[in-house]
Ligand binder design. Structure first.
Ligand code: NAG
Ligand code: NAG
Length: 381
């Protein structure tokens, strides 16, 4: 049985969080680290004042999907800290406006990007969690998320045995789109109890697990070669290694099948072993003197930390939490001591001192924010 939406109504006291995320609360609580939350708040304030326009609802230099993650992060932080500072962003952001206007043409806004669309579902749900915790209506947000989800579910076909296409152009099937489909499907079931979501979650994992995209190291490559339906062996971006875990964690929360957690941890452990420099995440495009990550790639490491947070929420297991706690703390420390500058922007490079090689952008600051919020809950204090 799903843990229901009523969990949203539990009050989040300052300095405490519910051990599992958002609507999926259980009775086990875990203390948030106030000092790390304070860092997150400082970075969020800078992000909002330097980059966000409440007039346009966009971040300067941002894109729809990275903006959606920033909005999700602010709500994740407010829920953790018991604050209300950025509540208006749920209304003024582009996705918040879209959700609250019943005439919104989501397919036009999404521009055919089936991966981007699913980040927006996750952000709309997080706004809904926040609003539910403050006794506000969530109907518009749940409805918009459902509309987008149904469109994405319709992008699945039997080419290469299954999978959602990366875009409506139907030229590529890849890991992130389908990892997100596993996560939105399993989370959708936990939120609504609607069997269609669970059927899709099982379908997504069955397909992913046989897709060949997880390589011998345990890391997910980018996607498939359409002509052969084999892994293309392309870049093992950090975010792919985190979103698979949060999706499997959500499916575990439904089924109680702990093998799904073991599968998730093959990839989390491989991330720590292979995608780090001195214990700090390093994207392949990160470099201590001159990074080449584009705006999308600048947010990937933080997404890994955010989705490990969501994974641990669902695993809800002290031993599994203990396994990743120090690592999450180290990411927060790297982002703070190495990445952050005197203006409280967080640079894109976490592993090299003095903001070495860092690019500064709303995506990079959001990435850092995600590392702080995740570590506040699960890192050492
Ligand atoms: C379950 O979800 C599917 C897909 O979103 C939808 O078409 C269907 O109407 C839903 N069923 C119920 C009972 O809400
Ligand atoms: C549990 O999950 C594993 C990993 O996907 C799968 O092989 C196994 O069949 C599942 N067990 C049940 C009872 O569904």
């Amino acid at each position: 049985m799903p843990r229901g939406i009523l969990g949203c109504l539990l009050t989040l006291g300052a300095g405490f969080g519910i051990y599992t995320s958002g609507c999926l609360a259980t009775t086990v609580s875990r203390r948030q680290c106030q000092a790390t939350l304070d860092t997150a708040t400082t970075v969020a304030n800078r992000l909002q004042s330097a980059y966000y326009s409440s007039t346009t609802g966009n971040y300067n230099q941002g894109s729809l999907w990275t903006d959606a993650n920033a909005v999700e992060d602010l709500h994740n932080l407010m829920l953790a800290a018991g604050t209300t500072t950025w509540a208006s962003v749920g209304d003024t952001s582009r996705i918040g406006r879209g959700a609250q206007n019943s005439n919104t043409n989501w397919q036009s806004i999404l521009g055919g990007s089936n991966d981007d669309a699913q980040w927006i579902i996750l952000a709309l749900w997080k706004i809904a969690d926040y609003r539910a915790a403050h006794s506000q209506s969530i109907d518009a947000f749940m409805s918009a998320a459902g509309t987008i989800y149904n469109f994405i579910a319709g992008q699945w076909d039997n080419t290469c045995g299954g999978g959602v296409w990366w875009s409506t152009a139907h030229t590529y099937k890849n890991a992130i789109t389908n990892e997100l489909f596993l996560l939105t499907s399993a989370s959708g079931y936990l939120r609504t109890g609607n069997q269609t979501y669970l059927d899709n979650a099982n379908k997504a994992w069955n397909w992913l697990s046989q897709s060949g995209m997880r390589n011998a190291d345990g890391l997910w490559n980018d996607g498939l070669v359409l002509a052969t339906c084999k892994s293309n062996g392309q870049t093992t971006w950090t975010y792919n290694q985190g979103v698979i875990a949060s999706g499997l964690g959500a499916l575990y929360a439904i089924t109680g099948n702990a093998s799904l957690l073991d599968a998730a941890e093959i990839t989390l452990d491989a991330t720590m072993a292979h995608l780090t420099d001195n214990g700090i995440l390093k994207e392949s495009c990160d470099d201590a003197t001159s990074s080449s990550c584009d705006h999308d790639q600048q947010i990937f490491k933080g997404l890994w930390t955010k989705h490990v947070q969501y994974y641990l929420d669902q695993a809800n297991d002290a031993a599994r939490t203990a396994k990743y706690s120090a690592f999450l703390g180290a990411q927060s420390s790297g982002a703070f001591h190495y990445g952050k500058n005197a203006n409280n922007d967080v640079g894109s490079v976490w592993y090299a001192p003095d903001q070495g090689g860092s690019i500064f952008s709303p995506e990079a600051s959001s990435s850092g924010l995600e590392a702080f919020v995740s570590a506040a809950k699960y890192g050492p204090c």
